[in-house]
Design a protein around this ligand. Structure first.
Ligand SMILES: [Zn+2]
Length: 199
């Protein structure tokens, strides 16, 4: 391969000219990504939380008990000849309903399904949003970089959500987890983690 700066010959796989140091071939985008610790989203295996799984199973058991209380309470209510017994059955049914409702709310609010079985729930969502993800995701950082169609974005590891969509030409941390260096459409600027440009 001839250097287009000084004209001397170089081996075909050389990245830089041995005489003048001119760049002979730019690294491909994907070589650069793997150097930065990105890997294809399809290849990641996410670790589930044992605590969340145990809590989920416990809550599911209580949920079933709550549902049985509702059914049992209603059957007993319809079956009671005595007024005081009726009030008791209604109380059991209502208690079971409130209990089941609260448990279901807690399970979804704290994303216990996602945390227990991330490969089933989180990964399938992530595959739609990102082609590549930085390996830091496996650690317990708050945020990690993603790449989709050669554009960079940020993923919130804690909330299992896209924090910033993959629309930037380049992103790097200025202050880890807070302020980002951005390149977009030939411009360079800094912005916060919510996508607001900073002066
Ligand atoms: Zn050269």
């Amino acid at each position: 391969m001839k250097c287009n700066n000084c004209g001397c010959d170089n081996p075909d796989d050389a990245k830089y000219c041995r005489v003048c140091g001119n760049v002979l071939q730019l690294e491909s985008f994907f070589e650069k990504l793997s150097e930065l610790g990105f890997m294809p989203t399809t290849m990641i295996m996410l670790k589930g939380s044992l605590g969340a799984t145990l809590l989920l199973y416990l809550l599911e058991l209580l949920f079933v008990i709550g549902c049985l209380m509702v059914i049992g309470g209603i059957i007993a209510f319809l079956d009671q000849p005595v007024l005081s017994g009726n009030a008791c059955s209604a109380f059991v049914a209502l208690g079971g309903f409130v209990c089941s409702f609260v448990i279901a709310y807690v399970s979804f609010k704290y994303k216990l399904f996602d945390k227990s079985f991330p490969n089933r729930y989180v990964k399938s969502e992530l595959l739609k949003e990102a082609d590549y993800i930085q390996l830091d995701f496996v650690n317990d950082d708050d945020y990690t970089f993603i790449v989709k169609n050669k554009k960079f974005g940020v993923y919130s590891v804690r909330r299992y959500e896209i924090q910033l969509p993959a629309i930037y030409d380049w992103l790097s941390w200025k202050i880890e987890g807070q302020i980002l260096n951005v390149q977009q459409n030939g411009r360079q600027y800094i912005m916060d983690i919510y996508g607001n440009e900073l002066k």
